[in-house]
Design a protein around this ligand. Structure first.
Ligand SMILES: Nc1ncnc2c1ncn2[C@@H]1O[C@H](COP(=O)(O)OP(=O)(O)O)[C@@H](O)[C@H]1O
Ligand SMILES: [Mg+2]
Length: 373
């Protein structure tokens, strides 16, 4: 169904621009293939070569050929590929074209000029297949991360494509939403769709994947059966930069012991967004050790990002924060904190890496950039 024939691709005009090299890969109809490997190894590029974003959207130097059911992706226009390949991305927002869920489901069919009656029939069927009755008629902006991803999965399959390509679809989801995603994947597998998924988080694909491909530096370095992949030792897996394939291998940490007596103290640390009741953050009092790495975990919408925004001073009125006895108001917090966001594109402002680094320092001396790798 999917056939990579000695495919190399580099982005942009220079041949050194990342991408992938010498990929030979045959995926049979109905097979479920997991692509994994460290960031930047080429997973996304491989998925783009299947859904046609490479070379139709991302330009570069392409050698070899990718065939879908015998048809060359390069020679097939994107609108024809849309009926053959459904795509689901990391950030569902990036694939919505409409503001409400009904229009989003109808979009692909309307684009291809299907008759209205046919569109309505397809939508009805999709809504019942994906159990998304509650989500219809809603604004896509008012859906949780998991609900958005469900709409993204549903709308990518309204045209009934035989191939589904997913690029880190679980990135923004909590465990309950990942379970829902797993069920959608399981439905696609039962329907006999051919599935190619790039992921870092592996546990939820444990009983779904038929084959695991490990990508490194733009090449498929190794192929594993699920059993082989499962039996990799913890050491090997870590060396490969991978997370566990089974949840049972996630070991709980030892009892936590702070290495410092210095504390960050929170008192009445509460925050409500305008026009939103009740408070999104409500911490009557808490203490955290200074100088430690602390993970905040919780379900989608639990208040993790709100807490981070309040700590960093991005929200002004949110109670008292003292570090080692000294109160930090929001201005002081802004100065002391740095926040790395989930969607990195929100915090990059310039066109080049050098300009971006220079932007954040007072000293405009370019040699500083090279000194801080
Ligand atoms: N749009 C792009 N333009 C230029 N280079 C890119 C682009 N997207 C990815 N790359 C480069 O291609 C290589 C593979 O990246 P990618 O396929 O995104 O890897 P992964 O998905 O495994 O993190 C990297 O070197 C990356 O910097
Ligand atoms: Mg990627």
């Amino acid at each position: 169904m999917i056939d990579f024939q000695n495919v190399s691709f580099s982005y942009g005009e220079e041949s050194s621009g990342g991408g992938i090299r010498n990929v030979n890969l045959t995926i049979n109809t109905g097979e479920f293939v997991l692509l994994t490997g460290e960031s930047g190894c080429g997973k996304t590029t491989i998925t783009r070569l299947v859904n046609g974003l490479v070379p139709h959207y991302y330009e570069g130097n392409l050698e070899g050929d990718v065939l879908l059911d015998g048809k060359s992706v390069s020679d097939t226009p994107l609108y024809d590929l849309a009926a053959m390949v459904g795509s689901v991305f990391q950030n569902p927002k990036s694939q919505f074209f409409n503001v409400d869920t009904d229009s989003e489901l109808a979009f692909a069919c309307e684009n291809l000029g299907y008759p209205q009656e046919d569109i309505l029939k397809r939508i009805d069927r999709t809504v019942s297949d994906y159990h998304i009755e509650d989500l219809m008629g809603r604004s896509v902006f008012a859906l949780s991360g998991g609900e958005k991803q469900k709409i993204a999965c549903a709308s990518s399959s309204v045209l009934l494509p035989g191939i589904m390509v997913l690029d880190e679809p679980s990135s923004n989801l909590d465990m309950a939403a990942i379970d829902d995603l797993r069920q959608v994947l399981s439905l696609w597998k039962k329907q006999g769709k051919t599935i190619l998924i790039a992921e870092h988080r592996l546990y939820y694909l444990h009983d779904l994947a038929d084959r695991v491909l490990y990508v490194k530096d733009g090449e498929i370095e190794r192929e594993y059966t699920p059993a082989e992949f499962d039996s990799l030792s913890d050491g090997t897996r870590k060396e490969m930069g991978l997370r566990p394939f089974s949840l049972s291998k996630l070991k709980p940490a030892n009892q936590y012991q702070a290495h410092t007596a210095k504390q960050m103290e929170f008192q009445n640390f509460c925050f409500a967004y305008k026009k939103r009741e009740p408070e999104s953050l409500h911490i009557p009092s808490a203490e955290l050790p200074v100088g430690e790495t602390i993970a905040i975990i919780g379900l989608n919408g639990a208040g993790k990002s709100t807490l981070a925004r309040c700590i960093c001073g991005l929200e002004k009125k949110c109670g008292l924060l003292q570090v080692d006895g000294k109160t930090l108001d929001w201005k002081a917090r802004l100065k002391h904190c740095y926040m790395v966001m989930q969607d990195t594109s929100h915090q990059l402002f310039t066109e080049s890496v050098t300009d971006e680094v220079l932007l954040s320092i007072d000293n405009e001396d370019e040699t500083v950039v090279d000194k801080n790798p």
